[in-house]
Design a protein around this ligand. Structure first.
Ligand code: HEC
Ligand code: HEC
Length: 322
């Protein structure tokens, strides 16, 4: 038994003596090779978290007045029931204008060193400006948004309590980001095992899937670490439907997405082109995904039908409990 393993066993045994465990501890000799510490959410110095800031951000995140025609809020696309992604292939924004990309989960976006799939935006605060001005999202102007919301006395009072000043673009972008930084949960079975060192009753298929994921499946060469992404940009060539004819820079590389809550974030890929998780895995089995066809790391990977079924079971362990 390795030293780490011994410590983990002792810690989990102690944990059970001190509190009533809701899961049966089974130490049947199987253990994944990875153990992680929970990363601290990074906060900029001028936007430390307070309950008042988060409350204001939560209200703004759900407010349709951010959009030009009062039809759309951040939450219209980033829906809590889908881990702050959306089950639609591409969501429409203001005036029903069709979306240009699949809505990603933002539950763990606070940990991305750069935002958006092309890694183009450096901070959460700056990212808030993107949907406000995009013609197919809010089709608005931040100054116009602030003018509309400033007549709301509740918002003004909340803004003064949270930031000691009237509602303005600085407050709006900071409050929404403060709310986004409260979303990470780290409450999945994967976390119970790898972070909290609480052995869980896993099925044989989940264990096999975990072994393939970390081992010969090469998944962790990209979906690595506690966030299940190395944040790397991967070449996808000309990605067709993505942002093309709309005057925006066309991306030829896509950041490796986190797989946290992936069972909830269908449909998949930047363009929502793959409906189910099993089809994503079959795409890997048959080396069909544009982002892996030219990848040396993936060249020699062979996945059987059993591996695909086991990987599906493993991925279900990544869903947060609450
Ligand atoms: C009309 C749908 C829509 C609305 C409304 C919308 N978003 Fe998004 N959001 C998207 C899409 C699509 C992307 C992915 C763009 C890309 O592929 O780079 C995205 C990306 C993001 C990201 C980056 C995630 C990452 O991992 O890099 C964050 C953060 C985010 N949105 C927050 C917000 C906030 C905050 C609001 C409200 C101010 C908002 N969004 C409104 C559709 C929407
Ligand atoms: C070379 C890096 C790389 C490797 C290796 C890799 N992936 Fe991915 N994965 C990506 C990228 C990049 C995307 C996003 C592609 C897109 O949006 O078009 C992705 C997307 C996914 C998605 C869909 C996520 C979503 O929210 O749309 C799943 C599920 C997934 N990968 C699982 C796996 C599994 C399982 C393995 C191992 C068999 C694996 N990946 C190996 C880079 C990789």
């Amino acid at each position: 038994m390795s030293a780490t393993r011994t410590i983990i066993t002792v810690v989990s045994a102690l944990g059970c003596l001190l509190c009533s465990c809701d899961t049966t501890v089974v130490d049947d000799g199987w253990w994944p090779s990875s153990h992680y510490a929970i990363p601290a959410v990074p906060f900029p110095e001028d936007n430390l978290s307070t309950p008042e800031r988060v409350a204001l951000g939560r209200a703004l995140f759900h407010d349709v007045r951010l959009s030009a025609d009062a039809s759309t809020s951040c939450a219209s696309c980033h829906q809590e029931s889908s881990a702050f992604a959306s089950t639609t292939v591409m969501n429409a924004g203001a005036f029903g204008r069709p979306g240009k990309a699949n809505v990603p989960s933002i539950t763990y976006a606070a940990f991305e060193p750069r935002l958006l799939r092309g890694n183009t935006v450096p901070t959460l605060e700056m990212q808030v400006l993107v949907p406000i001005q995009e013609q197919h999202e809010f089709a608005e102007n931040i100054l116009a948004v602030v003018r509309k919301l400033s007549t709301d006395t509740t918002y003004q009072a909340m803004s003064r309590r949270a930031y000691g000043r009237d509602l303005d673009p600085w407050v709006l972008t900071r409050a929404i980001s403060a709310f986004e930084r409260t979303l990470p949960r780290f409450s999945s079975v994967f976390d119970s095992v790898t972070v909290y060192a609480k052995p869980q009753r896993l099925t044989e298929s989940q264990k096999r899937g975990w072994t393939v994921f970390e081992g010969r499946g090469q998944c962790t060469s990209c979906h690595s670490g506690v966030l299940l992404t190395n944040h790397e940009l991967i070449k996808v060539g000309n990605s067709g439907r993505f942002l093309d004819e709309h005057g925006m820079e066309q991306l030829d590389s896509i950041r490796v997405p986190s797989l946290r809550n992936v069972a909830l974030t269908y449909p998949y890929m930047h363009d929502g082109s793959v409906s189910t998780l099993i089809d994503v895995l079959k795409g890997y089995q048959h080396h069909q995904h544009p982002h892996i066809v030219a990848e040396e790391r993936f060249e020699s990977v062979v996945l059987t039908d059993h591996d695909v079924a086991d990987l599906l079971q493993f991925l279900s362990l990544l869903t947060d409990a609450h």
